[in-house]
Design a protein around this ligand. Structure first.
Ligand SMILES: *Cc1c(COP(=O)(O)O)cnc(C)c1O
Length: 360
């Protein structure tokens, strides 16, 4: 395969092994003479795939028995609205911690349904820090506390689970899920769009503690109701079957690679290398507090922003693609999810050093 090093923030690079397997399977899945897209989601073959996917997730993420695993549509963004609809009765309130634009967007969607208290917000630092949890203004009677463990645009990541409130903890893990082992039992709800670390855009993973299902408001649409979706095996309506299948392949790959402990070790090393190269240079700069730098999204700026376009064009010519930073943050961003091999990081570091030698 003639593949570039793709540093896209999402939809992001997939492992070559996943693409090769999907290509081989495509016209004739499991000897059925049909693709996986063409079979009934209620037939035995797809049902077996669905069960295998859930079992893999339960094993890899170490999901306790009292949590349900759901496969939903609508992206992480639909969860910005689904979380309040499912967890908070009308007139109640929830706490939100904002450490970047995704947390801000979650606040704006939730505000349609309940009283949002922004317990902390790092906007005044340009989203380069995480406010000390001891200073968060959480409320005892909040329906839940929502935060974003990894803010994809600014490259700010929590390296510990905050422990400041008795309210159920809800986490948008879209850009960090499966990057390391986590203690699921500390959470009420975890959700993640698939297109960063779990597969293709179009399916969303949601892990919810049993006691938080069955509380949805009466006017909640069925497709976003956690209890209905849990009771129907996420097949209350037709699920995104092809995306589900791709997720299953990504989980097979994760298991073959050694699971999340191996991923964590690899991701920490990959990110560490890149930050070290940035910090050692006078020409590149990452503004994020060292304590909360993301393992998954590494933004950096050039000393001379006039060179941004040349940098991107030359990187592209060197087959290092999608390095342009988000329009809100400017500069560059290297997204280095699980599927980015260490050789991709090395190639980027070599290119950056060479560019600096020639242009600084
Ligand atoms: C990408 C991303 C989203 C948006 O996901 P959609 O699938 O586009 O809805 C939300 N939150 C975070 C942290 C993300 O990285």
């Amino acid at each position: 395969m003639n593949r570039v090093h793709n540093f896209s923030a999402g939809p992001a690079a997939l492992p070559d092994a996943v693409l090769e397997r999907a290509r081989a399977d495509l016209p004739d899945w499991q000897g059925l003479g049909m693709s996986v897209m063409e079979v009934s989601h209620r037939g035995p073959d797809f049902m077996a795939l669905a069960e295998r996917t859930e079992a893999s997730l339960r094993e890899l993420l170490d999901v306790p028995e009292n949590y349900r695993i759901l496969f939903l549509a609508g992206g992480a963004t639909l969860q910005f609205a689904s979380v309040p609809l499912n967890l908070a009765p009308p007139g109640s309130g929830a706490d939100y911690v904002v450490t970047g634009n995704w947390g801000r967007k979650a606040v704006s969607e939730a505000s349609r349904y309940l009283n949002v208290n922004v317990a902390a917000d790092s906007e005044s630092t340009g989203y380069t820090t995480i406010p000390d949890p001891a200073t968060w203004s959480v409320r005892d009677d909040a329906a839940y506390l929502h935060y974003t463990p990894n803010e994809t645009v600014y490259g700010v990541e929590f390296h510990a689970i905050p422990d400041v409130s008795d309210a159920p903890l809800v986490a948008d893990m879209s850009s960090t899920v499966m990057s390391r082992p986590i203690d699921v039992s500390r959470y009420g709800v975890i959700y993640a769009g698939a297109q960063k670390n779990l597969g293709a855009a179009g399916i969303t993973l949601l892990v919810v503690r049993d006691d938080l299902t069955g509380r949805a408001r009466g006017d909640t649409p069925g497709v976003v109701d956690y209890r209905l979706m849990a009771e129907s095996g996420s097949m209350w309506n037709t699920p995104p079957t092809f995306c589900w299948y791709i997720m299953a392949l990504v989980l097979d790959w994760l298991r073959d690679e050694g699971g999340l402990a191996v991923m964590a070790e690899r991701n920490e090393r990959k990110a560490g290398k890149l930050y070290s190269a940035i910090d050692a240079s006078e020409f590149y700069d990452n503004p994020v507090d060292a304590a909360c730098r993301s393992w998954m999204n590494v933004p950096f700026r050039l000393a001379d922003p006039e060179l941004d376009d040349v940098f991107l064009a030359e990187a592209e010519a060197a087959r290092l693609t999608n390095l342009k930073g988000h329009r809100l943050a400017g500069g560059m961003r290297a997204s280095i999810y699980n599927a980015m091999p260490e050789s991709g990081i090395d190639a980027l570091i070599d290119f950056m050093a060479d560019f600096e030698d020639r242009r600084a």
